[in-house]
Design a protein. Structure first.
Length: 317
């Protein structure tokens, strides 16, 4: 991605200021860009709320950006943040590789970058990240099926946004778990719901229609919104008492569905811990020169039995 001369001059000027300043001399109130893949779904809305609170605690200013699920917009937003004098960039990437040119521009200016929830690849130097272990989270969903349906099960997997590392890793974990359990656990359908509730609902409806008379035993969804879409589809087709639904992202509406018995289990990936940790790492790097190291958070399964362990449980009490 090419940068125009005007912006290059501005970013070079910003970089010069940063490079001639000792990292330990930054005063409170540094500006940090936080670029979200989207601010239209509950997972990232909650992350936004949490990072604003953490910024107040750390006494830093945020430049919040909403990529609206567009890699080109997110790339432009990230590059434009340099002209606004940001000291670091924290992002939840829309795509694993599409943002590399824009991120390389930021890295060229010696501005630290840290990814949250999802990784980025193909950059000129590795970008550290804070994320849940999504492969392990995928295995948790598969392991639930194996443990609770020991005689075998037909499973439908609804994957997330194409091109996102979270979708790829969660699917990988599900495949690992079911494959290890043997042939009595069959993945009878796998399709992307594009991390969208309405799309997932439509996809599940089509799968259930195609399998009329022989519905799957379990539907696994790799995001919270898609899990809720699956609930609507299953309910609408009168199959709620026959199909178990497992998903990912323990936000309030999902937790309410668990409490109501519509969703059997959900993987908690601690979005508050992820975004707050990333911001603290960025600030520590800016103020103290501490190297940013990647952090992997261990996910866990939330069911009706341990609902109070969910990060957002207080929202449904």
């Amino acid at each position: 991605m090419k940068t125009n001369n005007k912006r290059r001059m501005l970013t070079t000027a910003v970089a010069a200021v940063l490079l001639t300043s000792n990292v330990s001399t930054f005063a409170a109130g540094e500006k940090i860009a936080v670029s979200f893949q989207t601010l239209s779904i509950p997972f990232f809305i909650f992350m936004h709320e949490q990072v604003v609170q953490e910024a107040k605690t750390l006494d830093v200013k945020l430049l919040v950006q909403d990529a609206q699920a567009s890699s080109s917009k997110q790339s432009s937003d990230i590059e434009n943040s340099l002209t606004q004098g940001v000291a670091a960039v924290v992002l939840t990437p829309n795509d694993v590789t599409a943002l590399a040119p824009a991120i390389n521009d930021v890295l060229d200016e010696k501005v630290p970058v840290i990814a949250v929830d999802r990784r980025v690849e193909g950059t000129s130097s590795p970008v550290p990240f804070v994320t849940a272990d999504n492969v392990a989270g995928g295995r948790l969903m598969g392991d639930w099926v194996v443990k609770n349906l020991p005689t075998g099960a037909n499973v439908v997997l609804i994957t997330g946004q194409i091109g996102s590392t979270t979708a790829m890793d969660r699917a990988k974990g599900v495949h690992q778990s079911l494959s290890a359990a043997g042939s009595k656990f069959k993945l009878v359908a796998e399709q992307s719901g594009e991390a969208d509730r309405a799309k997932a609902m439509s996809v599940v409806e089509n799968i259930l229609t195609a399998s009329a008379g022989n519905p799957p035993d379990v539907i696994i969804c790799s995001t919270g919104d898609m899990t809720l879409g699956a609930v609507e589809a299953v309910r609408g087709m009168g199959l709620s008492d026959k199909i178990k639904i497992i998903g990912y992202d323990a936000y309030p509406e999902v937790l309410k569905s668990i409490k109501a018995g519509e969703i059997t289990g959900i993987v908690e990936q601690s979005p508050s811990k992820q975004i707050r940790t990333a911001l603290r790492l960025a600030v520590d790097n800016i103020r103290n020169g501490t190297k940013i190291e990647s952090v992997t958070i261990t996910p866990f399964m939330v069911t009706r039995e341990n609902l109070d362990q969910a990060e957002q449980f207080s929202a449904i009490k």
